[in-house]
Ligand binder design. Structure first.
Ligand code: ATP
Ligand code: MG
Length: 200
C-alpha cells in the first residue's frame, strides 16, 4: 500500500540560512503539494550531527564511494581511494559546517514525500546537480574545491534518503508533539478519489 502520509526530514544548512534562501527553498517544496508538519530553527551540536549521519551504519562507505565515483566521472584522481577514510574526513568537515550557525529543520509529509523532496533538491554536488533543482540553481560548489580547501561540500540542503532513514532522523531532530497533524484544503485535489465537491 502506498503511504500517503510519508514523512521526510529536510534541513536548510547554514549556507542556505546565511544567503537568505529560507523563503525561496521553502517555496519550492511548498509548491509541490507536500505539507509542512514540523519546522524549527536551531544551532545543532557536534553530537547531533554525528548521530544524524551515523543513523545509516554504511554511511561512511557510501559517501566515500560516491565521492570516488564523482572524481572518476570527470576524469580526475580522487585524493583517497579508501571510502571509509573519505567518510571519516567528510564527517569531521560536516560537523564544522553544520554547527557553524543556525539551520532550519523541517518535516514534510505526503505521498512519495522522500522521493519528491530529493528530486526538487537535486544531486549532492551542485556543479552537476540538474538545472531546475535547488542545488542546481541556487549554488555552485564541487567535490574538488571542497576537498582542496579541506571542507564539506556546501550544498544548501539535507534530505532523508529512505523511509528507514527519515524515521530515525525525524526522531533525532523533533519531539513527537512538535510534528502537527492537520488538513490542508488543497489536499482534496491531490488525494480525493471523487472530485465531487467543486461544482456548485
Ligand atoms: P544529504 O545527506 O546532505 O542529503 P546527500 O545524501 O546528497 O546529501 P551524502 O552522500 O549523504 O549526500 O553526504 C552528506 C553530505 O556530506 C553532503 O550533502 C555534502 O554536504 C557532504 N559531502 C559528501 N561527500 C563529500 C566529500 N567527498 N567531500 C566533502 N563533502 C562531502
Ligand atoms: Mg545522504
Amino acid at each position: 500500500m502506498i503511504n500517503k502520509k510519508e514523512q521526510t526530514l529536510v534541513i536548510i544548512k547554514p549556507d542556505g540560512v546565511q544567503r537568505g534562501l529560507i523563503g525561496e527553498i521553502i517555496k519550492r517544496y511548498e509548491k509541490s503539494g507536500l505539507k509542512l508538519t514540523g519546522l524549527k530553527i536551531v544551532i545543532p551540536t557536534n553530537k547531533l550531527i554525528e548521530s544524524h549521519y551515523l543513523v545509516d551504519l554504511n554511511w561512511k562507505t557510501k559517501v566515500g564511494e560516491k565521492s570516488i565515483e564523482a572524481y572518476k566521472k570527470k576524469g580526475l584522481i580522487s585524493p583517497s581511494e579508501n571510502p571509509i577514510e573519505i567518510g571519516d574526513r567528510v564527517l569531521n568537515n560536516l560537523k564544522k559546517y553544520l554547527t557553524s550557525g543556525p539551520i532550519i529543520a523541517m518535516v514534510w509529509e505526503g505521498m512519495n514525500a522522500i522521493a519528491i523532496i530529493r528530486k526538487i533538491t537535486g544531486g549532492t554536488e551542485p556543479l552537476v546537480s540538474d538545472v531546475g533543482t535547488i542545488r542546481g540553481d541556487l549554488t555552485i560548489d564541487s567535490y574538488e574545491v571542497a576537498d582542496s580547501d579541506g571542507r564539506a561540500v556546501r550544498n544548501l540542503i539535507h534530505a532523508s534518503g529512505s523511509a528507514e532513514e527519515s524515521e530515525k532522523e525525524i526522531a533525532l531532530w523533533f519531539n513527537k508533539n512538535e510534528i502537527l497533524s492537520y488538513r490542508l484544503v488543497s489536499e482534496s485535489i491531490l488525494y480525493d478519489v471523487n472530485l465531487d465537491g467543486i461544482l456548485e
